[in-house]
Structures are given as structure tokens and as C-alpha cells.
Design a protein around this ligand. Structure first.
Ligand SMILES: O=c1ccn([C@@H]2O[C@H](COP(=O)(O)OP(=O)(O)O[C@H]3O[C@H](CO)[C@@H](O)[C@H](O)[C@H]3O)[C@@H](O)[C@H]2O)c(=O)[nH]1
Ligand SMILES: O=P(O)(O)OC[C@H]1O[C@](O)(CO)[C@@H](O)[C@@H]1O
Length: 873
């Protein structure tokens, strides 16, 4: 770990690595995979390019022999974004879909490997997926949706709070902040994480009460109300809230020199080897001081403006008695040259240097250029040895790992009263809290602690006495018990395979009793005791139980046939049949065998344009390649049927149909005349069970109808429910005038405020609004086809227009190739006003996977296919 190297290498890195390592050694946990980006750049360590790295356990008890072949904790580095280049977290957003696709492929591969090793040949699926920080939250939401496993989320630092703090400081406008930090994109990712997570882990209560409450999708009062309703067994009307759980992080204690009985004031010494030489970092710090024997005030933080180091230097510089009594050590990451640091970090450092000069603090302040990770404990020990004090004066500190590190080394603390330190102080009672904006109170608190020997000894003693409360094994126990309470989710087809093979194992708890793994952050198996917990937890979490599709019927792997109702819409014809093994049951064969799959996702102005483009693309594909076709559209399946008939295209020319903006997947079947008016398609019920998660059903529909009424009252008859086009997982509304309806971002906000989790899409030239499950989309349906049928995503070519429905941008990113057909697309959509951030924060325009075709005639398409190497000549 290169902690403090830049703004990406802070406490979160340490937290996540230590958590993964600790989880990997927990009884019952089989495997933990920590997924991160692979970087092979000259300016970063070579190990960042290693695809896999084992995190060896810290505890001696866990011998390698005890572990299974692939068990333990691993860092898995996934390549995505430009090769050979380090990208700061703010610029990663356009590359997230590519990460998700590669991560899926790793998880799929791993589940097979583990299946061979410990699963009796059945794939071993992750038990849960945990996103850390907004970008991983965004990814985990998509992955949990495709894999159909529970998601957990930890924010570490939250965008809305950061935005408020930056606005308060008044140095940048909202637009400037967004340009620098891509903060609106990040906030949307955090909102999506709330939509999709079953559990949100926080380090403190303050994070819930004061930070998460700033989000549309979380309201502590509504959360309590919903929880009470669940306990009483009363309906929540389709509303869902993630469960917030406070679990403070832990510490790794292996490198801490035992303090023996020396808790009451005498400085510690190395008990194991009293004659060992002083660590080199001590002299590197001491050479700054004219009187190295004075107590040392220590600050250790990334040189980030929010850490407020400049106020500390001012407080020190302006307080004569403090300067006389103590020295100040500032550990602010590592640097070779200030000119090579990032803009904000460099400006903090320059300000500090100017202040040292202004107050003439030479000989009293140390600011070493380098320190190694392994030297950090020595730095705390040095401060404790001089009877010094640790200070964290951050404007706001979400938790503050340095505070528990200092306590573990017997160093009393002065800390900001904003954020996590309040909770830490309640537990440890090892120092004083201050207002970080009040320079005088910072100086007073420091002076008090360095001058009052009894207070200093009491704080040291208290910290050492209670630090065991911040332990990773304790953290992991609570964490795992929470996961055991989640309602088990798993791909339906996998569950049915297991159950058909082994009819003894039919209760939901049983599948948890099998060894399972938990990917991205952990993989674990649950023992009998925990499985019972899982049963009880289902009650606790019954918010998510609203499983409206009858489980039994889903398990039957049935084929649902459709027939045209009197209205011309599609009705379910009550025909649940045993699986037609050739169609759905045994793995839809065609997609896996295709060399390429062309996904036609052009959102045209008119139906005739669509069928014309379908024919052009099919002709351009030629016959030489075994190409499969998928139509991806906002249309319902009966509209698709009419479109195909009007264009004289056979449904059998397609492998699949992604309909209703991604809320339904169908496969074509040959219709026989005996079946009367049945449409020649079967619906994929497994897909429905995947996207069912948090679907608000009737409660959501009623809220939408009320919303439509209120729009109509204000603007005249503008929005009306379109029952004929609505399906079980898509509520369709007709829109008369798109200028009069609110943009997507407002409608989404309105739904989130009411704890309704869904995805809203304006489509068909803005004449229609489709409201679908939050984990459904046209892009997600493609990932599902990969997981379900093994359709290779890198061999998929998506054809899209220049613009389209409001889910358009989701179609472009990822490992598949995209051909954008110039001049095509419905143009009435307010695509750009649907987001609160520019398209560049979502899409990478220079991606080699995206191509522009000059037009949409046969030759234009063929030129693009040639460029992609799909066709020769
Ligand atoms: O020059 C430095 C600066 C920091 N560190 C280490 O880096 C970590 C910094 O963690 P923390 O003080 O918690 O701050 P952040 O880097 O800002 O971490 C974020 O993530 C942490 C874990 O969730 C939270 O505790 C913080 O509040 C949150 O701001 C600590 O282990 C430090 O020892 C160094 O080794 N060298
Ligand atoms: O300033 P931001 O964007 O809120 O980010 C802070 C986050 O970045 C990191 O420094 C990266 O490790 C984390 O410690 C912290 O969670």
C-alpha cells in the first residue's frame, strides 16, 4: 500500500485490504476476492500490473495447509480503461461498464473453478458483493443485478457532504466543483448504491444521521417507519430502504510493540529487544528540530485541503507557549518534487511551507519528504515516546483511521468534532474534540494535553485499554451475521438445477448451508448456526421478501406463452408448462455458438425506419459469418411482432428480443397453427426473477398514476397510463407533450424520495415513459444473456443511433463494440438535460470499441464491420 501518495491512496485502501484479509481468515469464509483496477504504467509499482495477488493471513494460526486450493483472500486486478495509464478516481467513470463486464467474466470463471474444487461440479456462486466508494458502488449495483446476489455498500467518503463542504468554503462555484471532482456523477452512483444495496455499512452513526440523510434515496425517519411496518407484517406499498448498519473498522495489531504494564504514563520501549537501534525514520524527523526532546505534536494525513493542516500550522505558529513546549511533525504523504504533485495537494504543501516561513518555525516543524508504510507505527511510537499528542483537525472526518492508530500506540489525541471522531471519542475517551475552524481552541487543546501530565497519562491509558474494541475479527463477526440475514438470492436457473438434482434440499436456508462464495469483497460459507440466522434474518429483512412471482412456478422452469388479448395488448395466457428443454431449459444453444451477435438497438422515429434498418444490418452481415441477432427496444413484444410482420422479417431470424426497455427478454419459437393466436415467443422467467428485486409493483403503479394526475392538473392532459403496453415489470405511460413533463432526473428524484426503486426511461420520441425495475435495463439484459447463455460480450456488436431513448448512453460502454449510425435516432429526447452532468462523465468517446458509421445504408454498415474485423474483403 502506498498510503498518502495521492488523493486516491488514503484510508479506504487500508480499510478494504485489511477487511478482505481478516474476512479471509474467518471460520466459514472460503474465499474473498478484492477486485480493483490493473495498471501497468511506468509511474506506478510493477505489482499494480499483477493480475492476482494473495493477501496472506496475519494470524499465525491460519496455516496455508488448512485452506482449500483456491481459498483465502486475493486482490484480483481487472484491466479496464486505457492500458498503461494510471487514472485518478474522478476520471474513472466512463470506464465503469468495462470493469463490470470484465469483473463478470472473472466471477463466472471463478465460480466454475470453485465448482470443480468444492461444489461437486456445480458452479459456486458469490454469496454477496460489496462496493467500496461510489465508483465501486455503481459497479456492484450492476454486478449484483446480473448475478442476482445481495449487495452491500460502504461509502467511505460521501459526495453530497463533500459538495456541501466545498460550497461552504466558497473557493469554487458548483460548476467548477463538478468539473474538478465529477461530483454529480459520483452522487448519482451513491444514489444508485442506495437503490440496490441491501445493507449499507457505515463507520459511525453520524454518517447515517448527517451524511446519508442528504440523499434522495435515504431518509432515517422513513426507514424507521418502513422497518416498523415490516415488523408488524403490514405492506410497505412497494417501498424499500437499505438497512444501515454501523460497524467501525478495525486495526491490525501485529506490528504494535507490546506496551507491557506500562499504560500509566511511562513511554513505551521495545520490550522484546531493549537494545535494538532506533528506527531510521526517527532521525529523519529529529534532524528538523533544534530541541528534539520536546513533546511532539503529530499530524498524519494526505495533503488534502479537507484535512485542514494549514489551520493547525497557524494555530501552532501563533501560540507562543505551545511553540516553546512542543515540536510539530507533519507527515503529508510522500513526494519527490512538489511540482509533480496534483494541483490541490501541491497547493496545500506550498501553503504549509509559506506558513512555516511566515511564523519562522524553522527548527520546530518537521515535514519529511518520504516515509515507508512500515514506518508509520514507528512514527506514532516516537510521538508517544516524547509524550506528544496526535492531532486530526479535518473539517470533517468520516471516520479517522489515524485516531485509532494513535490510540493503539498510546498517543492521546486532539480531533475534529465533525464526524467519526465523536464516535471514536465516546468509545476511547482518549483526548479532546475541537472545532476545526477555531484555531484558538486547537491551540488550547494541544497545550492542555502536552502540559497536563495527569490528563496525558489518563488519555493514553484509556486509549490503550479500549482499543481492542476496534478489531477486525469483531468487525467481521458482525458483518457476516448481517450478510447471513439477507434473503438469499441466486440465479433462478442455478437454484432449480440444484433442486431438481437433489430434491432433499429444497428450503431457502439449505442453499446457504452449502459452501458458497462471496465475490468482489468476500466469499464465505455459512455454517449451520448461521443458516438459522439466515432464516430469522429473512423475517428481519422481509422488506425484500415481496416476491410476487410464485417461487414454485418459477422453479418449474416453465415456458410462458403469450396470446393477444381483445385490446391487442399482450396477456399472460395462464399457460405454465413444463420447460421446453430445447428452448429455455437446457441452455439456449444458439447464442453461445455464434461467432458474433449483432444487437440492433436503434431508437428510430418510426416503425418503418426500424424495420428498414433491421433488414439493412441483416443483409450487411452477409451469410459468411454465423451471426446471431438480438433486437433491443422499448417496444412491447406484441409491438415487436407487428413491426416484424410489417417489415416481412421472421422472428426466427433473431436469437432474442430485449423488450420494454430491458424489462423483458423473449426468445422466438416456431408457432404452430394449432396454437391459435399465440405469439411466436417465449418469455424468460429467469430474467424476470433477476429483475424482480425491489420492484415496487402495484404500490409503485399507484404512485405513478397519482403523479400523472398531478402533472395533468397543472399542465392539462399530458400523461396517461397506457395499460395496453404495460406489463408485470414495465409500467408504460403515454406522453402527449414532452416539454410539459419533468425530465428524468426530477422524476427519478421524486421516486427515490418515496423509497420507490425504479428506472425511468423516456422513449419512442418522448411519446412514452417506461418505468421498469431498478436493476433492469437494455444494457443489463445483455450482461444477463452472457451469464445465462454464455454469449461472449466481446463478440457483441451493438448498433445504435446518434441518440435515442434516455437509456441510450447505457448501451454504449463496456467490452462490446458499438457502431453508431449517423443521422439515425429519435431526436425529440431531452437526452442531455436528463442528467445533472455532461455525457463525457459517462462515456469515453475515444474508446476503441465505439465506431461511427457514415450513414445507415448497407455499405456504411459493411465499412464499419470491416473496420471491426467482423467481415473481410
Ligand atoms: O502520509 C500518510 C497519510 C496517511 N497514511 C495512512 O493512511 C490512512 C489514512 O486514513 P484516514 O485518516 O482514515 O483518512 P482518509 O485517507 O481520508 O480515509 C477515508 O477513508 C477512511 C476509511 O473509511 C476513513 O477513516 C476516513 O475518515 C476517510 O476520509 C491511515 O492509515 C494513515 O496511517 C499514511 O500512511 N501516510
Ligand atoms: O475526497 P473524496 O473524493 O471524498 O475521497 C476520499 C476517499 O479517497 C481515498 O482517499 C482513497 O483511498 C479514501 O481514503 C477516501 O475514501
Amino acid at each position: 500500500m502506498e498510503l498518502g501518495r495521492d488523493s486516491d491512496t488514503g484510508g479506504q485502501v487500508k480499510y478494504v485490504v485489511e477487511l478482505a484479509r481478516a474476512l479471509g481468515t474467518m471460520p466459514g469464509v472460503y474465499r474473498v476476492d478484492l477486485l480493483t483496477r490493473q495498471v501497468s504504467a511506468p509511474d506506478v509499482d510493477w505489482s499494480y500490473a499483477e493480475p492476482t495477488e494473495m493477501l496472506s493471513p496475519r494470524t499465525k494460526e491460519t496455516s496455508m495447509q488448512e485452506l482449500g486450493e483456491s481459498s483465502g483472500a486475493y486482490i484480483i486486478r481487472i484491466p479496464f480503461g486505457p492500458k498503461d495509464k494510471y487514472i485518478p478516481k474522478e476520471l474513472l467513470w466512463p470506464h465503469i461498464p468495462e470493469f463490470v463486464d470484465h469483473a463478470l467474466s472473472h466471477i463466472r470463471q471463478m465460480s466454475k473453478v470453485l465448482g470443480e474444487q468444492i461444489g461437486g461440479g456445480q458452479p459456486v456462486w458469490p454469496v454477496a458483493i460489496h462496493g467500496h466508494y461510489a465508483d465501486a458502488g455503481d459497479s456492484a449495483a450492476l454486478l449484483s443485478g446480473v448475478l442476482n446476489v445481495p449487495m452491500l455498500f460502504t461509502g467511505h467518503s460521501l459526495g453530497r457532504d463533500k459538495l456541501e463542504q466545498l460550497l461552504k468554503q466558497g473557493r469554487q462555484s458548483r460548476e467548477e466543483i463538478n468539473t474538478t471532482y465529477k461530483i454529480m456523477r459520483r452522487i448519482e452512483a451513491e444514489e444508485l448504491s442506495l437503490d440496490a444495496s441491501e445493507i449499507v455499512i457505515t463507520s459511525t452513526r453520524q454518517e447515517i444521521e448527517e451524511q446519508w440523510r442528504l440523499y434522495d434515496g435515504f431518509d432515517p425517519v422513513l426507514e424507521r417507519k418502513l422497518r416498523a411496518r415490516i415488523k408488524r407484517g403490514v405492506s410497505c406499498h412497494g417501498r424499500f430502504m437499505p438497512r444501515m448498519v454501523v460497524i467501525p473498522p478495525g486495526m491490525e495489531f501485529h506490528h504494535i510493540v507490546p506496551h507491557g504494564g506500562d499504560m500509566d504514563g511511562d513511554v513505551e520501549r521495545n520490550e522484546e529487544n531493549p537494545t535494538s537501534p532506533d528506527p531510521p525514520i526517527w532521525s529523519e524527523i529529529m534532524h528538523f528540530f533544534s530541541n528534539p526532546r520536546k513533546p511532539m505534536i503529530l499530524a498524519l494525513a494526505r495533503p488534502d485541503p479537507k484535512k485542514n493542516i494549514t489551520t493547525l500550522v497557524k494555530a501552532f505558529g501563533e501560540c507562543r507557549p505551545l511553540r516553546e513546549l512542543a515540536n510539530l511533525t507533519l507527515i503529508m504523504g510522500n513526494r519527490d518534487s512538489i511540482d509533480e504533485m496534483s494541483g490541490t495537494n501541491a497547493s496545500v504543501l506550498l501553503s504549509v511551507l509559506k506558513l512555516i516561513d511566515k511564523y519562522d518555525l524553522y527548527g520546530q516543524v518537521a515535514y519529511p519528504k518520504h516515509h515507508k508504510q512500515c514506518e508509520v507505527p514507528d512514527i506514532y511510537r516516537l510521538a508517544a515516546k516524547t509524550k506528544g499528542v496526535f492531532i486530526n483537525p479535518a473539517f470533517i472526518e468520516p471516520f479517522g483511521l489515524t485516531l485509532i492508530e494513535a490510540a493503539a500506540h498510546g498517543l492521546p489525541v486532539v480531533a475534529t468534532k465533525n464526524g467519526g471522531p465523536v464516535d471514536i471519542h465516546r468509545v476511547l475517551d482518549n483526548g479532546l474534540l475541537v472545532d476545526p475552524h477555531d484555531q484558538q481552541s486547537i491551540a488550547d487543546a494541544l497545550l492542555k494535553l502536552v502540559s497536563d501530565k495527569q490528563l496525558w497519562a489518563r488519555c493514553r491509558h484509556n486509549g490503550l485499554k479500549n482499543i481492542h474494541l476496534f478489531s477486525w475479527p469483531e468487525h467481521c463477526k458482525t458483518y457476516l451475521s448481517r450478510i447471513a440475514m439477507c434473503k438469499p438470492r441466486q440465479p433462478q436457473w442455478q437454484r432449480s438445477d440444484v433442486e431438481f438434482e437433489n430434491p432433499e434440499r429444497n428450503s431457502p436456508g439449505d442453499s446457504l448451508r452449502d459452501i458458497q462464495d462471496l465475490s468482489l469483497n468476500l466469499k464465505l460459507s455459512l455454517d449451520g448456526e448461521k443458516s438459522e440466522g439466515a432464516g430469522n434474518g429473512t423475517l428481519d429483512n422481509s422488506l425484500d421478501i415481496d416476491d410476487s412471482v410464485d417461487r414454485k412456478s418459477k422453479l418449474e422452469n416453465a415456458v410462458l406463452k403469450l396470446s393477444k388479448g381483445a385490446t391487442g395488448g399482450v396477456e399472460k395466457a395462464s399457460l405454465m408448462e413444463k420447460a421446453d428443454q430445447n428452448v429455455v431449459g437446457s441452455g439456449f444453444p444458439a447464442m453461445r455458438m455464434r461467432k458474433y451477435i449483432f444487437v440492433i438497438a436503434v431508437d428510430c422515429d418510426s416503425v418503418s425506419d426500424t424495420s428498414k434498418i433491421i433488414r439493412t444490418i441483416m443483409e450487411a452481415a452477409g451469410k459468411e459469418n454465423p451471426v446471431g441477432f438480438i433486437l433491443s427496444t422499448s417496444l412491447s413484444i406484441s409491438e415487436v411482432h407487428s413491426l416484424l410482420i410489417s417489415g416481412s422479417i421472421s422472428p426466427l431470424d433473431f436469437d432474442a428480443f430485449i423488450c420494454n426497455s430491458g424489462s423483458d427478454v423473449y426468445y422466438p419459437i416456431s408457432s404452430s397453427s394449432e396454437e391459435g393466436p399465440a405469439l411466436p415467443f417465449v418469455v424468460d422467467l429467469d430474467y424476470q426473477s433477476h429483475i424482480e428485486y425491489r420492484w415496487g409493483g402495484e404500490g409503485l403503479r399507484k404512485t405513478l398514476v397519482r403523479w400523472a394526475t398531478s402533472v395533468n392538473e397543472k399542465k392539462g392532459q399530458t400523461v396517461a397510463e397506457d395499460e395496453s403496453r404495460s406489463t408485470a415489470h414495465c409500467y408504460a405511460f403515454k406522453v402527449k407533450d414532452f416539454e410539459l413533463v419533468p425530465p428524468i432526473k426530477e422524476l427519478r428524484k421524486l421516486m427515490r424520495i418515496q423509497a420507490l426503486r425504479c428506472h425511468v426511461v423516456y422513449c419512442q420520441n418522448s411519446t412514452t415513459l417506461n418505468v421498469i425495475p431498478v436493476l433492469a435495463s437494455r444494457a443489463q439484459a445483455l450482461r444477463y444473456l452472457y451469464i445465462r447463455w454464455g454469449m461472449e460480450l466481446s463478440n457483441v456488436i451493438v448498433f445504435a443511433g446518434e441518440c435515442g431513448d434516455t437509456d441510450y448512453e447505457g448501451l454504449l460502454g463496456g467490452v462490446h463494440k458499438t457502431v453508431i449510425l449517423k443521422g439515425i435516432g429519435n431526436n425529440a429526447l431531452k437526452l442531455h438535460s436528463n442528467r445533472s452532468y455532461p455525457l463525457e462523465h459517462v462515456l469515453s468517446f475515444d474508446s476503441p470499441n465505439i465506431l461511427q458509421a457514415e450513414g445507415c445504408c448497407n455499405e456504411d454498415v459493411r465499412v464499419s464491420l470491416r473496420k471491426l474485423g467482423v467481415i473481410k474483403e
